[in-house]
Design a protein around this ligand. Structure first.
Ligand code: SF4
Length: 300
């Protein structure tokens, strides 16, 4: 397959993948919502969860997006250093987004900043948003697609503290973010915390944190404990689905970290809503693909 054929094929597969992922929740998120629904004792909370499931069922039956806000398209890309078609990935993703805007369909959400004009096809300056990591001695391409809705973007924040402020500052910052604007992100939410040395790396880490599959923990024992403690604390706030009284404002809290500067502790917070449309697709060098990490038994 030459590069032109590869670009067409990758764009077509990604257009179909986007079309499916905007209508269906990944398996881990769906299973977590079922678990949370069964933990709630209030009748109001159960009604809300049942409405969520009814909405998802109808989205699939009617072939319509599961939420009106299909967001801006973000792609987190793990690309093997030996993947043959690295040079066409960006063009293929742009084309896939533009076409999926009409075939899915996606809401036209993308506005070029200073022109204040909707681009009409969800592509624009640096949009779709791409984050690349190169994996040495590997010949696969894994793409994580994420639909960044407005309600989820609103609570996002990052701040740099002095080390003397300690872990207490981190905890207070996360609680303030979730209990204030976090409620715009249709709870139960997934909270991503990034711990590093400046706002940029903390923000990126917080995004990587909430894209991580549910049921996984930070690799350091203390990081995993911080995740559990934050989740326990947030779920004692008495906030449930849709920000109404309930037992679980958060599905999970994920933390990712990097080494920090001796003089700083940076915290980033990103919040994802219950409609966590995030899915993984993996390609080999023949552009055969596999989506079973997020969607078992589903074909596109
Ligand atoms: S927060 Fe999520 S579920 Fe709520 S409107 Fe936005 S995208 Fe949809």
């Amino acid at each position: 397959m030459d590069k032109q054929e590869a670009r067409v094929k990758l764009a077509q597969v990604m257009e179909r993948f986007i079309g499916m992922a905007c209508k269906r929740l990944p398996d881990d998120v769906y299973a977590k919502l079922k678990e949370l629904r069964d933990n709630e004792t209030s009748e109001m909370q159960r009604v809300i969860y049942d409405t969520y499931f009814d909405n998802l069922e109808r989205a699939e039956k009617l072939n319509r997006p599961s939420c009106q806000d299909t967001g801006l398209l973000h792609f987190y890309i793990n690309c093997g250093s030996e993947f043959k078609y690295i040079g066409i990935v960006e063009d293929a993703l742009r084309e896939a987004v533009a076409k999926a805007t009409f075939s899915s369909p996606l809401r036209q959400n993308t506005v070029n900043f200073f022109e204040e004009r909707n681009t009409g096809d969800n592509t624009g300056e640096r949009m779709p948003w791409l984050h690349w990591e190169i994996i040495p001695d590997n010949d696969e391409l894994e793409i994580c697609v994420y639909f960044a809705g407005g309600g989820c973007c609103l609570p996002g924040c990052a701040k740099v503290f002095k080390p003397s402020d300690g872990y207490a500052a981190i905890v207070r910052y996360v609680f303030d973010a979730v209990s204030d604007l976090g409620l715009n992100a249709c709870p139960p939410v997934i909270v991503g915390g990034g711990l590093g040395h400046n706002v940029e790396n903390a923000a990126v880490l917080s995004k990587m944190a909430y894209l991580r599959p549910l049921g996984t923990s930070h690799k350091h024992e203390k990081g995993a404990k911080l995740e559990r403690d934050l989740l326990d604390g947030l779920n004692k706030l008495g906030i449930g689905a849709q920000g109404l009284p309930g037992k679980q404002v958060a599905m999970e809290v994920h933390v990712e970290s990097s080494a920090r500067h001796t003089a700083t502790i940076a915290v980033g917070v990103n919040v994802a809503c219950y409609m966590h449309r995030r899915g993984f697709i993996k390609f080999n060098n023949d552009l055969d693909y596999d989506i079973s990490k997020s969607y078992k038994g589903v074909s596109i």
